[in-house]
Write a new protein. Structure first.
Length: 304
């Protein structure tokens, strides 16, 4: 039987209503290297893609085109407002994966919400899961290689030194992506049993506000599946308002004080701070919950 395999993170998608501002956030504040700006006639959206070390982020917004508000990106913005949108992972043999997901009761779609078989003629094959079936929106994409065309990570000279030592934020790469879920066991079963992700750590916050399990999705992407245990807190509010969804992105930094000083210089405040962790003000990050941390994840297989 044909098999599929998950590889590197492709990108994290962030839907915004101010693409120019989001470009400044990811290109300026985070020091991202822009390698794509364009329009999709299939999805009626405009987007940029930034490489920030091993984290790739794609802010996008509906195009100023008739009907864009009725396409998936436009509908998402209308329903949720500016918010983190989805996780895209590089995948081989997408047709086999689509069949596997369908057999397991997971609805899948092609670009722009079309049928899976209706793919753009550009050498790229991708499917999107229905978020109600997969606990968040996933894009599973085959670019014909380990990374999308034009990604600086594909260059032989690629290194992350600039973000670690030269840029004032001091980014050391993606720590993890957090998905807010209503039932941790059900979400874990999907990622572990259907997608084959390794579960490597479980724990609750010291406050008892939520409990989480961490899974490795593909070769490098850690997803925290997190269930709120109280009605307080930002994640609980997100889950109540929006259902299960990609809640936050956490980036490792080498020095938290250095990173906070840079954020101060950029006039980006914090809504949460501890000795090892800060959360940027979503009012300044176009609705995205973006966190910085100096803490590792126990039993992280990427550190082995």
């Amino acid at each position: 039987m044909a098999t599929f395999q998950f590889g590197l993170l492709s990108q994290v998608i962030h839907v915004v209503d101010d693409l120019a501002g989001a470009r400044q956030l990811y290109g300026g504040v985070f020091g991202g290297l822009s390698f794509y700006e364009g329009h999709s006639p299939y999805e009626l959206r405009d987007a940029s893609i930034f490489s920030i070390g091993n984290l790739t982020v794609e802010p996008m917004s509906p195009s100023a085109t008739d009907g864009a508000d009725q396409m998936p990106v436009g509908r998402f913005l209308g329903r949720f407002g500016p918010h983190l949108h989805s996780i895209a992972v590089n995948t081989t043999n997408v047709p086999a994966l689509a069949e596997h997901l369908t057999e397991n009761g997971i609805r899948v779609f092609g670009p722009g919400g079309r049928d899976f078989d209706d793919q753009p003629i550009d050498g790229v094959t991708s499917i999107y899961t229905h978020p109600r079936d997969s606990h968040c929106l996933l894009e599973l994409v085959d670019f014909g290689g380990p990374l999308m065309s034009g990604s600086p990570r594909a260059e032989p000279s690629w290194e992350t030194t600039y973000w670690q030592t030269d840029h004032p934020l001091g980014s050391d790469g993606l720590s993890h992506l957090t998905v807010a879920v209503s039932d941790l066991d059900v979400a874990t079963d999907f990622f572990n049993q259907v997608l084959g992700c390794e579960i490597f750590h479980e724990g609750a916050t010291a406050s008892g506000e939520r409990v989480s399990r961490f899974v490795l999705f593909g070769s490098e992407t850690v997803i925290e599946l997190s269930q709120p245990l109280t009605s307080d807190g930002r994640m609980s509010a997100d889950l109540v308002a929006n259902g299960e969804i990609l809640h936050s992105v956490t980036v490792r930094v080498l020095d938290l004080e250095r990173a906070v000083s840079h954020l101060d210089d950029c006039r980006i405040g914090l809504v949460e701070r501890s000795e090892a962790h800060v959360v940027l003000d979503p009012e300044k990050t176009f609705g995205a919950v973006l966190s910085l941390t100096v803490a590792g994840i126990p039993e992280d297989p990427r550190e082995g």
